[in-house]
Design a protein around this ligand. Sequence first.
Ligand code: C5P
Length: 401
Amino acid sequence: MTKRILLIVGGGIAAYKALELTRALRKRGHAVRAILTRAGAEFVTPLSLASLTGDKVYQDLFNLTDESEMGHIELSRSADLVVVAPATADLMAKAAHGLAGDLASTTLLATDKPVLMAPAMNVRMWRHAATQRNLAQLKADGVGFVGPGEGEMACGEFGPGRMAEPEAIAQAIDAALGALDAARPLAGLSALVTSGPTHEPIDPVRYIANRSSGKQGHAIAGALAAAGARVTLVSGPVGIPAPSGVQLVSVETAREMLAAAERALPADIAVCAAAVADWRVASDAAQKIKKAGHAPEPLALVENPDILATLSRHPFRRPRLVIGFAAETENVVEYARAKLARKGCDWIVANDVSPGTGIMGGDSNTVHLITAGGEENWAAMPKGEVAQRLVSRIAAEFAGA
Ligand code: C5P
């Protein structure tokens, strides 16, 4: 699969090798977009880089044309991997300290993608305590490194500081991209997650609701996105932020949630973690219901649509894997198995929410995964871990394991 590499070319004699690196990456079928620093432009021309990448070369943080076409934040996220070659002592220092005074350093600070650096500098600069400190800091921050190699340098000195050869950098890029794929087993798949409670209006100021916090559903949406899936999170009113990388659709009522869920189809995976109100008021009052000196009329309720059952039985857009939740206070597994059949979904994540378990609104969860084939009882663990584990099971399912 074509990968997108953002190549930052720093200033140094080794910059000419960035051209050969670009060629090697294009040969592998990757798309390369380049940022050329001011110092880098003293060694290679924007035109030669642009010819080899087949794209415009980005140079100036404050260039209005660049910002209108593609902002620096978008630029920093538009790639699968950011490569800095050559990574000068100056660029390493800036990145290690979080400086953001130009396009290259701003991009390194703003990116949410892995970064690989190929350092190139004079041997004394490389050995200097400051550079070694920066190197250690960058490694601790998760930056990968290839090189530098040892040998005679352009400045006539000898020792470590030579930039790795383009083919070695390309191989390090292959390895980094391979690791990336392994960490994103759901890349290319789309997922829909419902989360949180629904609010069913009684009148303009009152509503029927429940105690769902949305923590578990949101954690699942975040874990699916981290595994590479394109995620639409349809959430009722909650007090927590949407995880990064998901598309949030905020709704209030069950009917709005169903409409938003159906709009998110087709999807490969659906996880219905929302605590949807089973009932809504038959006709919510247009005006606030006033105290009348006597008990109000009983509220007439009508049943809400069942989102999980609707998705599970969708005539032409049923997601390949539909997962529901079951919050029970007794006979948890038995009731969950019956629910699996009743709703027509593939898996049920069942949890015991009896008072005293602290699960509702809490950070921890004890669940049972019910599938057609059997049942797994998971130990108590934080909701984030339940999400991770569920996503691993989903990935195994799609990998045919
Ligand atoms: O029937 P019950 O509410 O116990 O089922 C829980 C499961 O069904 C959860 O996955 C929940 O998100 C889903 N559900 C739904 N729409 C409803 C009721 C429940 O999607 N109206």
